[in-house]
Design a binder for this molecule. Sequence first.
Ligand SMILES: Nc1nc2c(ncn2[C@@H]2O[C@H](COP(=O)(O)OP(=O)(O)OP(=O)(O)O)[C@@H](O)[C@H]2O)c(=O)[nH]1
Ligand SMILES: [Mg+2]
Length: 298
Amino acid sequence: MSKFGTLVMGPAGAGKSTFCAALIQHLQNNKRPCFYVNLDPAAEDFAFEPDIDIKDLISLEDVMDEMSLGPNGGLIYCFEFLLENLDFLTEPLSDVTEDYLIVFDMPGQIELYTHVPILPELVKHLMRGNLNINMCAAYLLESTFVIDRPKFFAGTLSAMSAMLMLEMPHINILSKMDLVKGQVAKRDLKRFLNVDADLIDEDTERKSTIKEGSKRIEDPGATENIMGGESFNRLNKAVAQLIDDFSMVSFLKLNAQDEDSVGAILSYIDDAIQYHESQEPKEPKDMDTGMMEGAMDG
Ligand SMILES: Nc1nc2c(ncn2[C@@H]2O[C@H](COP(=O)(O)OP(=O)(O)OP(=O)(O)O)[C@@H](O)[C@H]2O)c(=O)[nH]1
Ligand SMILES: [Mg+2]
């Protein structure tokens, strides 16, 4: 029997927990069972009570107090501790049936998704072996990043890093779309959703010129500003080109307040984990094994 789950990841404040809550609400509205796992050892308030909460195993606050660690080192310690005590997850998850969607709410520390090999090990445990969960990563990036293009490309790079590190079905999501509504032209938005490296070139051009009357002229101060300097621009261009060369990153739009938008994201998750394909048609109640055997004997 397979199980199904989604790992909701992304930088701090990207809207992960809000999305998890909206997703759970949507599943409930559609009479689909779900199982909520909080893996953020610093999270306090929840819209829905988690079925598993990592804080029952270890809390970031205790680790910081007792081990004299900061928030990031403390988080890594919490995850190392979780990896040493995987039964904490395995036991309650082994009873979850295949009609459930298991929603994992992850912390926002970016180092977890970039260079420490903790998540790949955790994911391996969840996807392989006894648990055998079909998983899809949902990586959230805040849509307000599109206002600052280098920041958007840096965020895209972090999404790509998580994607390459985890080797599992992966969807990228631009969250909080309500905040950029009306601020970015639809045509431009499309170029962010299917990441287009030329956006950086245009941005460089825009920033290195100033408006004089009806014309744009070169901004004499542009190169003095380190964020507008030539080497910074070249770095941004190289990063954007790298993303373009892989042509692997595209984004879905999410407004967590809009149920249709949450439903659309769920369809992508369901497709990626092949949820619907594995839902067996339910047998009528009177078709018990006795009857089946009888039918075969006859
Ligand atoms: N306008 C708007 N705000 C949102 C949306 N989603 C989340 N927020 C706000 O963004 C802030 C952070 O949201 P969270 O859901 O806590 O983000 P998170 O990624 O879980 O944060 P961490 O767990 O701390 O990394 C909160 O103030 C939310 O109310 C959205 O779709 N639109
Ligand atoms: Mg959160």
